[in-house]
Design a protein around this ligand. Structure first.
Ligand SMILES: *Cc1c(COP(=O)(O)O)cnc(C)c1O
Length: 373
């Protein structure tokens, strides 16, 4: 990174000494993966922090989704959103299932629960919604639809780590919630992820713990076609360290988001993320939707202007997963017009705990300079 450049995110790390202290005993035990001591400690700490009954740690968020789908033995079609990261859709397709794309809401970018029912067929087995930018989906409506049609619900909660919604932790909704602990996320373990679920789904938990270790039940019996998706001890140690500082970092993010809002709120043609009093945010992302007809410049023009100033925002989520080249026009994106509209206009601005107010001010003045006078 060049001097003066601002990237969309900057990975947080604990003090080097703190991490070294945390990993020292691994040289004693020589137990560096396969559900070691750190794995167990982090699992317990995350249960408490996330306010959930069960946590299964995994090698990354993607495998949390893939293995959750496999463990539930889903069949046929899965209703999901195209306005997400590649992972959500790939996890469905890699399990041999057919994603059926539902459109999104234009205000909070999550799946539009009012348009789910019309997509249900006798082949539908589940709904996989995404809490986009930490905006929690319409969990009540989705829950009612799932109950009415006997569908499973797996939330992609990669953006919602540590959030609360109507007083409830974000990881308790649906049959399971998948988190990502990638280096770019609010909380990370370098690479990592987890699936959270309730005690009534303990069979599901047992399945996940087996599937993440090749389907090995015991030394003599391998009864599942599992994968290798275990979190190693160095990653778990990173998580233990990072968790100690997380509250403070989220508070710093809150101040960053507030500074952005003070500059960008009320500008015609710029749509900021909706503010929702019932959700306790983690301030992971700061998306802006550029309505070019009103604002005067397009999202791409704003993005390029920022780049000229060494500021790297991200077109996230763009393109829609339903239009990925690997899917060879299998899906018709015109059937999700609102997702298409937003993905062509959204830009996520740099946000991380250490982002300085002076830099935010500079970013916002570049954006403002793109307005049609
Ligand atoms: C990051 C992310 C994932 C994948 O998580 P990894 O830990 O990178 O595998 C899945 N879904 C969404 C919405 C994400 O942002």
């Amino acid at each position: 990174m060049r001097e003066g450049q601002i990237l969309v995110t900057k990975t947080v790390l604990p003090e080097m000494d703190e991490y070294i202290e945390e990993i020292k005993d691994l040289w004693e035990s020589r137990w560096i993966t396969n559900m070691g001591a750190k794995h167990g400690i982090l699992q317990e700490k995350l249960k408490k922090y996330l306010g959930v009954e069960n946590v299964e740690l995994l090698v990354n968020g993607h495998m949390a989704l893939e293995l959750s789908i496999q463990a539930m033995e889903l069949k046929g079609e899965v209703i999901t959103t195209p306005f997400t990261f590649a992972s959500t859709t790939h996890a469905i397709v890699r399990n041999g299932l057919e994603p059926v794309f539902c459109d999104i809401r234009r205000d909070d970018f999550t799946i539009d629960a009012d348009r789910i029912e019309e997509l249900i067929t006798d082949r539908t087995s589940a709904i996989i919604p995404v809490h986009v930018y930490g905006n929690i989906c319409d969990i009540d409506k989705i829950g009612k639809i799932a109950a009415k049609y006997g569908l499973r619900v797996i939330y992609d909660a990669a953006h919602a780590f540590g959030e609360k919604h109507m007083g409830k932790p974000a990881g308790v909704f649906g049959d399971a919630s998948c988190f990502s602990f990638h280096a770019t996320k609010v909380f990370h373990t370098i690479e990592g992820g987890a699936v959270c679920f309730r005690d009534k789904n303990l069979d599901f938990g047992r399945q996940i713990s087996r599937l993440k270790n090749f389907g090995i039940k015991n030394t003599d019996v391998i009864d599942e076609t599992g994968a290798n998706a275990k979190m190693n001890e160095f990653c778990a140690a990173m998580g233990i360290c990072n968790l100690r500082h997380l509250e403070e970092q989220i508070e710093m993010r809150r101040l960053v988001a507030g500074r952005y809002r003070s500059h960008l709120e009320g500008i015609d043609g710029l749509q900021l993320n909706c503010v929702n009093e019932v959700t306790e945010s983690n301030y992971a992302y700061f998306p802006v939707v550029v309505h070019e007809k009103i604002f005067g410049s397009s999202r791409n023009e704003v993005c390029e202007e920022l780049m000229k100033h060494g500021i790297f925002a991200r077109k996230y989520f763009y393109p829609l997963t339903s239009t990925f080249a690997c899917y060879h026009d299998r899906f018709d994106a015109s059937r999700t017009p609102d997702a298409l509209y937003i993905s062509k206009r959204v830009l996520t601005l740099p946000i991380y705990p250490e982002l300085r107010f002076a830099d935010i001010d500079r970013i916002c003045s570049v954006i403002q300079s793109c307005r049609k006078k």
